[in-house]
Design a protein. Structure first.
Length: 315
């Protein structure tokens, strides 16, 4: 059963009532199928109405939903083959940022992305998707391979931000993020970045400085988390909803501002309610973007990125 968010409590109450009625019906005590059908129709309408009017803070909660598909789910659903590559050839292998060779239809490519994990053990192993310097250096290594063998690059971004620990700073976190961003901008092959959940700060930009940036409908992308922004401005995280609204972190706002290029529709109720449909929608969008970009040469791709990012913020 789907975990419900705070703003979904009325929907949760209806779903619980439906389950109770089904259990009663299974016992054969009375025929209540018509009542169940009415409640299902009401629940579906409430879900549709709720998700058509989400606030930025509510979208943030959806983007963080524990059942939302992660890197491993997208890889399994999008690609016919995936050969993971590990290590930065310098320090170690970061499990928060994964990548390797992949095949999508007849197209061979390099895929890189953040993996948050889906239970306590895997979340700890993947450090909740917060990359360390060796993760970003691994991404640079994979992008170098893509450039050398003329393979398109697809990145799947889902992180609250790069790991802020002392050990990461000691190993050059800022430098690794900067060089990964630089590598994205200098690639001579097509690059499509997708914000699939949270796109947090430089930890996200380091894998998203592409000529085509896509976002799932209920994903968020920002320079700092709403809680972090609220803590700085008002010395409390309780005003995160106000910060989220002011920061323009939703796909719809970012499309208007020119930060992203395309919004990929999610199933009603969010990607976690129909992972298969969400992945199918995303796969179609990525394939279309790669097909358009493969017609461009190295000089045109670099010029497109330069123009895109220099234009952001201009009137």
């Amino acid at each position: 059963m789907t975990s419900f968010l705070d703003f979904e409590k009325p929907i949760a109450a209806l779903e619980s009532r439906i389950i109770e009625l089904r259990e009663t019906a299974d016992e054969g005590s009375l025929d209540i199928e018509s009542e169940i059908t009415k409640l299902q129709t009401k629940s579906a309408k409430m879900l549709r109405d709720t998700y058509s009017n989400l606030t930025p803070w509510q979208k943030t909660q959806v983007a963080r939903h524990p059942e939302r598909p992660h890197f491993k789910d997208f890889v399994a659903g999008l690609f016919d083959e995936f050969i993971p590559l590990g290590g930065d050839r310098n320090f170690g292998d970061d499990q928060a940022i994964l990548g390797g060779f992949a095949k999508m239809g007849g197209q061979r490519l390099i895929v890189i992305g953040h993996e948050k994990g889906d239970d306590t053990e895997s979340r700890l192993r993947h450090n909740f998707g917060m990359g360390k310097p060796e993760g970003y250096r691994k991404a640079i290594r994979l992008m170098d391979i893509a450039d050398r063998f003329s393979l398109p690059v697809v990145t799947l971004v889902d992180t609250s931000g790069a790991f802020p620990g002392v050990s990461a700073e000691e190993r050059g976190q800022a430098e690794a993020i900067a060089r990964s961003t630089e590598k994205c901008l200098s690639l001579g092959v097509p690059m499509v970045a997708v914000i699939v959940g949270e796109g947090g700060s430089g930890g996200a930009v380091a894998l998203a400085a592409a000529e085509r940036v896509l976002m799932l409908e209920h994903a968020v992308y920002s320079v700092i988390s709403p809680e972090g922004c609220a803590s700085i401005l008002w010395r409390t995280g309780d005003k995160a909803d106000i910060a989220a609204d002011a920061m323009k972190i939703t796909a719809q706002n970012l499309k208007k501002l020119g930060v992203i290029d395309r919004i990929v529709k999610e199933p009603i109720g969010g990607a976690h309610r129909d992972t298969g449909l969400c992945i199918a929608n995303l796969g179609k969008a990525i394939a279309e973007e790669i097909e358009d970009l493969t017609a461009l040469d190295r000089r045109e791709l670099r010029a497109m990125r330069r123009e895109k990012f220099l234009k952001i913020g201009t009137l």
